[in-house]
Every structure is written in C-alpha cells, then in structure tokens.
Design a protein around this ligand. Structure first.
Ligand code: GRF
Length: 223
C-alpha cells in the first residue's frame, strides 16, 4: 500500500509566488504532497488568496495581538502542528522566528532565501550582491535553525549577473528559478530522500558535502 503523502504547511507574508509554484507543481502531478495549511502574519497577503483559491485551509495571525514574539510563534506553531503538517515551508515569511519556539521543527522546516547562502543572510540580497560586484547570484533552500538564514543549505540555483543589471531586474530573473528550486526540494523531502542529521544534510542516506545545484535541464544535481 502506498504511504500517505507528506502533509505540508506553508507560511508566507506576501504575494505568494513560491506558494503558487508549489500548488502548480502539485497540480501537474509532480509533487506528491497534501497541503495542510497556508498561514501568514498578514491577513491581506496575496499568498492567502492563492491558497483559498486552491482550496487550502488558511490561517492569518496578527503579531500585534500577542505580548511578544515568542507568544506569537508558539501559537503559530501550535496551529501548524494541529493541521497535521509533517513539513513546514517558509516561502517569503518575513519574520524572525523565536529559537525556542521553532526548536521542535528543526529538521522538518525549510526556507527559500534569495541569495547564495552563506552570502547575504537577511534582507536586500539582490542589492547587496550587486554592490559587492558579484559575478553570480542565486537562491538557496535550507533547513531552518535558530540562526537567521543560517541552517544547513540543501540546494541552490544560480544565475550570472549581467552588465548594467539593477536590483529589480535581478530579482525578477531569479524568481522563476526559485519557483523550480523549491518544489524540487520539497519533492525530495516528500519522497523521503532528504534528512537533517545534526548539522548535516543527507540525501539517500549519504552526507551531502555541498548543496545540490539546480540545472535547468537535469534538475537537482550534486555539485
Ligand atoms: C522570494 O524571493 C523568496 O526567496 C523570499 O521572499 C520572496 C517571496 O516571494 N524569501 P513570494 O511571496 O513567494 O512571491
């Protein structure tokens, strides 16, 4: 008998194009998951409207209704646990998470970040890559730990930075790659192929010495 599909919860604060990419991959039969919940810290997030349209249960919690960050995060994680989610995907969730609140989810939570981590944790990654004169830029999917954008990196997608590129265009060119990278990584997790063991990522039971690299024709490849 086939095992039950992985139950996935997604958190997003904004437009939700990465959530849409997951929904689309699932709709094409390429992502064997069940969406348990889409949550946000912004009731008006586009991501919630996309989830509703896809028939996914939604949750909006307002951080201003809680005494502090930890209280908000604990309630958020309680809702996610109650949804039955096995995996939590942060797809543009623009909040720092409390280390103690997130601890039970370490190894079951991934984030997509628009830089080639460990470069440019935090905000304004496209601008910072341009200002540094980098020849390439990219996106990373990593396991989430208490260290902001600092957990073990699973996979990356890269683009060359063109002459005269600006921040907006760079972000725009990177986004379609994010939309392929994230479902590909979630797919590996859904297939039971990826694990976090301590601070090491394993693929098919073997330690991954460096992040997988996204190839537009061949998908995720060892580097
Ligand atoms: C993406 O660039 C993602 O990498 C970053 O936030 C952005 C979210 O965009 N973490 P969207 O809401 O998925 O369209």
């Amino acid at each position: 008998m086939p095992s039950a599909p992985l139950k996935v919860a997604v958190l997003a604060s904004g437009r939700g194009s990465n959530l849409a990419a997951l929904i689309d991959a699932h709709g094409r039969g390429e992502l064997p998951v069940e969406f348990a919940l889409a949550g946000s810290d912004k009731a008006d997030a586009g991501a919630l409207r996309l989830a509703e349209a896809a028939g996914i249960a939604t949750l909006a919690l307002d951080p201003r209704s809680y005494p502090d960050r930890r209280a908000f995060d604990l309630d958020l994680f309680a809702h996610i646990a109650a949804s039955g989610a096995d995996l939590l995907v942060l797809a543009g969730f623009m909040r720092i998470l409390d280390g103690e609140a997130l601890a039970p989810w370490v190894g079951r939570m991934v984030n997509i970040h628009p830089s080639l981590l460990p470069k440019y944790r935090g905000l304004h990654t496209h601008r910072r890559a341009l200002e540094a004169g980098d020849a390439e830029h990219g996106a990373s999917v990593h396991y989430v730990t208490a260290e902001l954008d600092g957990g073990p990196v699973i996979a990356q997608a890269r683009i060359a930075i063109g002459a005269g590129e600006d921040e907006h265009r760079l972000a725009q060119r990177l986004l379609p790659l994010e939309h392929r990278l994230l479902p590909a990584v979630v797919g590996l997790i859904a297939d039971g192929r990826l694990q976090l063991e301590g601070h090491r990522v394993t693929l098919d039971g073997s330690h991954l010495p460096s992040p997988l690299q996204w190839d537009e024709t061949r998908g995720l490849l060892p580097s």
